[in-house]
Design a protein around this ligand. Structure first.
Ligand code: F6P
Length: 483
């Protein structure tokens, strides 16, 4: 066996990797690099660690790069059959697991776990197996493997069967469903998910709320197999009662924070200053702003945010002409009809508010849908109020980033269902994301807050938001797995 082992001591696995390729008109490949916690974490451990990031080829450009052997050191892209990938990613990960963990089903008619679902589940298995096999091939004896997210729930169990010598961790970037909601999944599927995850030596979540939900699922759904016990002050343990390896899985929490150093520097570059000037012009002289920046994911609650803004204009007409809702809604997962419909609904509601309330000199909702990071930072800097009202969210980094870069202090209106609420709730104005009237009231309270209190709260929010910067977040997980 030893001769077939790879050379990497640290491996990360995620569906989306740190780089994507696009084929240009002249046939060449253009590489685009991404950011985020994992990128910072891997750069923090340095090139000597000889780490490898295993990810899926997502589009035609990525697939072409794999075929041509174009790539970056430290990244291995898996060219999984496009239909298998689509069924696993769109069909299961984004249409079933995302819906379960964010509680998004309209239950009178869905979910429907039919033969088509079973066919897609087979693809999800095959896609997870492809990752497990690649990791098994690349990992050195005793290496540490950090598997990411709901796309790859089966990898820990599959990988352990192939390589019992490895230390396997899994990190969930989403919430975990409460046990009664998780029970909706067919019995064999939910058992397979739990067994897959619990093949890991260590599982980690963004908050204790999600970690506890997972532990409840393990304890209530398979009590003959799993028993939850406290392991230390900072972790719980799931004992495996059936004698299968590992003997136990530790469960801990790492609340990913904002990268203050990067954000503060980046938000003062020339392109951001230019966007500030342009945005000020769109907003109009002397007006307040309610800013939101999201991908158009169904869990972000952008439409109810706009309905609450409309309610504010009805309940408090004194704000008309004096405030603008700046909403950046960047299209996400547009292969799926329900995400496309949601994106269209966001546009429709914004147009409706503008045609009902707008005046020649005032556009009540300024909506932008083209992803522009510099413009997002510009909006963060000038926001008077940041609206972060998700139905449910693993963490929500926008809630953490705005206070860090805000020029003059910003009031955070925050859903109590966002993971970030655990750390920021005290200094935010909290909302029930379903309550339109309550959210309108919160927006009024936020707009009316005195500058002194607003500045104080922003300072405390920024401190809490940056408590665990991305590089440290990653290193903490790695060290906890190696301990
Ligand atoms: O935001 C939660 C999350 O699970 C991230 O960890 C992950 O990067 C993203 O969602 C997946 O989104 P996409 O489908 O665009 O890759």
């Amino acid at each position: 066996m030893a001769s077939t082992h790879g050379a990497h001591g640290i491996l990360v696995a995620s569906n989306r990797g740190p780089i994507t390729y696009q084929t240009q008109d002249d046939g060449s490949l253009h590489a685009k690099r991404g950011g985020g916690g994992l990128v910072s974490g891997l750069s923090a451990i340095g090139p000597d660690a000889d780490a490898l990031w295993v990810c899926a080829a997502l589009g035609d450009g990525d697939r072409e790069a794999v075929r041509r052997g174009v790539g970056e050191d430290g990244v291995r892209m898996l060219d999984i059959d496009a239909e298998v990938h689509a069924d696993a990613y769109n069909g299961i990960a984004n249409s079933v697991l995302w819906f379960v963990h964010h509680m998004l089903y309209q239950t009178p008619l869905e979910p429907v776990f039919d033969a088509e679902f079973r066919r897609q589940w087979d693809a999800y298995r095959a896609y997870n197996r492809a990752f497990a096999e690649a990791l098994a091939e690349e990992a050195a004896e005793g290496a540490s493997v950090l598997v990411q997210d709901y796309h790859l729930c089966l990898v820990p169990g599959l990988l352990r069967a192939l390589r019992p010598d490895l230390r396997i961790g899994h990190f969930s970037h989403t919430p975990w469903a409460p046990v009664d909601y998780f029970r909706m999944l067919p019995d064999d599927i939910r058992a397979e998910l739990l067994d897959g995850m619990l093949g890991a030596d260590r599982l980690a979540f963004l908050t204790w709320r999600w970690a506890t939900a997972f532990l409840d699922c393990a304890a209530e759904i398979a009590p003959e197999r799993y028993r939850v016990t406290p392991a230390s002050e900072a972790s719980r343990s799931v004992e495996h009662l059936d004698g299968a390896a590992p003997a136990r899985t530790l469960v801990g929490v790492h609340g990913l924070g904002a990268d203050a150093e990067f954000l503060r520097a980046r938000s003062h570059e020339a392109d951001v200053e230019e966007r500030i000037v342009a945005l000020r012009e769109e907003i109009g002289e002397g007006r307040r702003t309610i800013v939101r920046v999201d991908r158009t994911e169904l869990s972000k609650n952008i439409v109810r945010g706009m309905l609450a803004y409309r309610q504010l204009l009805d309940d408090r007409p004194e704000w008309r002409e004096r405030v603008v809702h700046v909403a950046f809604a960047y299209p996400s997962r547009q292969d799926l009809a329900i995400y496309r419909d949601y994106t269209a609904e966001v546009q429709r509601v914004a147009d409706e508010i503008n045609s009902s309330y707008g005046t020649p000199g005032w556009t009540p909702v300024v909506l932008h849908v083209k992803d522009d990071f510099a413009r997002s930072l510009a909006a963060y800097r000038l926001a008077d109020v940041a609206l972060v009202n998700p139905i449910r969210d693993g963490m929500n980094l926008v809630a953490k980033e705005v206070p860090v870069v805000s020029d003059e202090g910003c009031v955070l209106v925050l859903s109590r269902e966002a993971g970030a609420y655990e750390e920021l709730g005290e200094d935010a104005v909290s909302v029930n994301p379903y309550d339109i009237v309550g959210t309108a009231r919160a927006l009024h309270e936020a707009l009316a807050m005195q500058p002194g209190e607003r500045a104080e709260r922003t300072k405390r929010l920024a401190a809490a938001a940056t408590a665990l910067p991305p590089a440290q977040w990653f290193l903490d997980q790695l060290h906890a797995l190696e301990a």
